[in-house]
Design a protein around this ligand. Structure first.
Ligand SMILES: [Zn+2]
Length: 186
């Protein structure tokens, strides 16, 4: 696992990341509003697991990550249970995606920029490919399991009598604008 992700995981598991809740406890900030979903942050895991903005990204990751449930678990418990059950590559995927989600949260706070879920996934996938190459493993196809379906770079025709909706969104905090694009095709 790369050092940046390793250090990030260590901080996340020991609850020493400067999350909104931790900053509030230290009286650095005066409110508990999540900078992305604007809901009140009640648990430390909000930034990496509970926030609506990250749920969608996890939902597009590998099956073992999609099925994770954080009910009554800390991020540390979640990661340790994953280490027990899953192969090494899934825990690396979790670390890479969580680190990118954490970076996005900081970009929203300090640069007023919000990276879309599809871009987050592409960046995380690129990093995972680089890690594989570094360890002399063959690159895998850029595909992410999503239920029985496969999310891929290549658009595929849906079955007869079905419509396929592709969408993406971007937020420009500086100009207070949101752009959403949707394509419905059969
Ligand atoms: Zn949130």
């Amino acid at each position: 696992m790369p050092n940046a992700e390793k250090l990030f995981l260590w901080k996340a598991c020991n609850d020493i990341l400067p999350t909104k809740l931790n900053l509030f406890r230290k009286k650095v900030v005066e409110d508990l509003d999540c900078p992305i979903c604007l809901h009140q942050v009640k648990i430390i895991e909000h930034a990496l697991w509970e926030c609506e903005s990250v749920e969608y990204v996890w939902g597009l990751c590998s099956m073992k990550l999609q099925k994770r449930n954080i009910n009554n678990q800390t991020f540390r418990d979640l990661f340790l249970s994953l280490l027990d059950e899953a192969e090494d590559e899934v825990s690396i995927e979790m670390a890479v995606v969580a680190w990118r989600l954490w970076k996005r949260r900081n970009e929203v706070t300090f640069q007023k920029e919000f990276t879309s879920p599809t871009t987050i996934l592409k960046q995380a996938n690129q990093k995972l490919q680089d890690i594989r190459l570094l360890h002399h493993k063959p690159p895998v196809t850029l595909e992410i399991q999503r239920g029985a379906a496969v999310y891929s770079e290549q658009w595929q025709t849906p079955p007869n009598d079905f419509y396929k909706i592709n969408w993406d969104a971007a937020i420009d905090h500086k100009r207070c604008r949101v752009g959403i694009g949707t394509i419905i095709r059969n």
